[in-house]
Design a protein around this ligand. Structure first.
Ligand code: ZN
Ligand code: ZN
Length: 411
């Protein structure tokens, strides 16, 4: 049914059959922008559920959900998308399926993956906004650096008990998440990694007490700031919006821009090539020289974003074991020496030079995820290289991807 109402002398058509009718009545609203937008939601816990619910209701065109965790019974008190029968299943996959049921207009991809090890920078570069729904500083710092490298705005959220905070960052300008970090934040991140051989399941932070009510409030603020970003409206750039649920106070506090902050390295002039991460670093060097990205005489090195462990060595008896994998993939049983039960130390490298033994390792072994942007340096210059052929793989890698079929039904 279509009827018209008079508002400010101009008739506004109301179409009761249009799902987005009440949204379109908002003066600055542009439903087409929302339909054409791509957003990545990192974390599908209490906050992520609220954010995803809102994005689905709004008809946001393409949504990527990243989470490596599984649904537990204790999530059910704060997660609108999860049901009892979902326990034990991938949070990202379940959230994608359930958000897709809320609104089949959305194309939703789930990535059962760890954002710090499995998500390529190309994916972050391809979306309009990243929404962080994380529960620890280390992952936030990682997402912050990914977003500043690729120039992607991001909206962070955090909740505890009935209090919460939302933060908006707009690279390349203004302060970033790391600019606002204190000595204590760095100390807590270091603490998280003080035992480097613990696996991510074991270093997951303790259970933070949170209520579903604050998740709704902060998730709502995050999505509203995202909507403003998508419409080119002013946002709380470089600021924290703090909500104190006990006395109902809301205030906004601006972050300082830290001069020597390490997060502000922007990857510009990106070279795009077809290259598979199962190929070696040396073949990447060779290819870049063939393409004249570097001259034949230059000695190249691949700068690694992740700690690459070469050896694990015992503090006590000096026994050493060759490893060759990223720190997050080192087996947990290597934390203690088998000979003398002393703790083991790791030897790590952060770059791979042309012509060395490590250059024969595949990019995947060196910890480079699919569809990543890698940094290659010589003594003369530096190039950022997008490993493009993996794009399709990056999406098919979604072990639980959810998309509409031709009838608009989810599968
Ligand atoms: Zn910064
Ligand atoms: Zn030993």
């Amino acid at each position: 049914m279509i009827r018209s109402v008079i508002e400010n002398q101009s008739p506004v058509m109301i179409d009761e059959e249009d799902r987005y009718d009440r949204l379109r009545l908002i003066q600055w609203w542009d439903q087409n922008r929302i339909r054409d937008a791509k957003v990545m939601v990192v974390g599908a816990g209490a906050l992520g559920n609220e954010v995803l619910k809102n994005l689905a209701l709004l008809g946001l065109g393409e949504i990527h959900i990243v989470d490596f965790d599984f649904v537990q019974t204790s999530n059910l008190s704060r997660s609108v998308l999860f049901r009892e029968e979902h326990t034990g299943r991938s949070k990202a996959a379940v959230a994608a399926k359930m958000a897709g049921e809320l609104n089949p207009d959305c194309t939703i991809f789930s990535h059962h993956a760890d954002v710090t090890s499995d998500i390529g920078l190309g994916m972050v570069r391809d979306v309009d906004v990243v929404i962080g729904c994380l529960d620890n500083r280390a992952a936030r710092l990682w997402v912050n650096r990914m977003c500043f490298k690729t120039g992607t705005p991001w909206v962070d959220g955090g909740i505890q008990e009935i209090n919460g905070v939302a933060k908006v960052f707009c690279p390349p300008h203004g302060p970033c998440y790391e600019c606002g970090m204190t000595e204590n934040d760095y100390r807590l991140i270091a603490l998280r990694y003080s035992c480097p051989l613990l696996k991510k399941e074991e270093i997951q932070q303790g259970r933070v007490p949170t209520a579903p009510t604050i998740a709704s409030i902060i998730g709502g603020v995050q999505v509203q700031e995202t909507l403003k970003l998508l419409h080119g409206l002013p946002v709380a750039e470089g600021a924290a919006i703090v909500f104190n649920g006990m006395n109902n106070s809301v205030y906004q506090t601006q972050y300082p821009l830290k001069k020597d902050c390490l997060s502000h390295e922007a990857y510009d002039d990106i070279v795009e090539i077809d290259f598979d991460i199962e190929s070696s670093a040396q073949s990447l060097f060779d290819r870049l020289k063939q393409l004249n990205a570097f001259s034949e005489e230059e000695h190249l090195r691949l700068v690694l974003d992740r700690d690459f462990v070469t050896t694990v060595r015992c503090y006590g008896c000096d026994a050493a074991i060759e490893v060759h994998c990223t720190r997050s993939k080192v087996a947990a049983d290597l934390a203690v020496c088998r000979e003398c039960q002393q703790p083991m130390a790791v030897a790590m490298v952060h770059e791979v030079e042309e012509g060395t033994g490590n250059s024969q390792l595949s990019l995947a072994t060196l910890g480079v995820p699919r569809y990543d942007i890698v940094k290659i340096e010589s003594e003369l210059e530096r190039r950022y290289v997008l490993l493009r052929s993996s794009r399709e793989d990056a999406n098919s890698l979604n072990r639980h991807s959810f998309q509409r079929d031709n009838n608009g039904n989810g599968r």
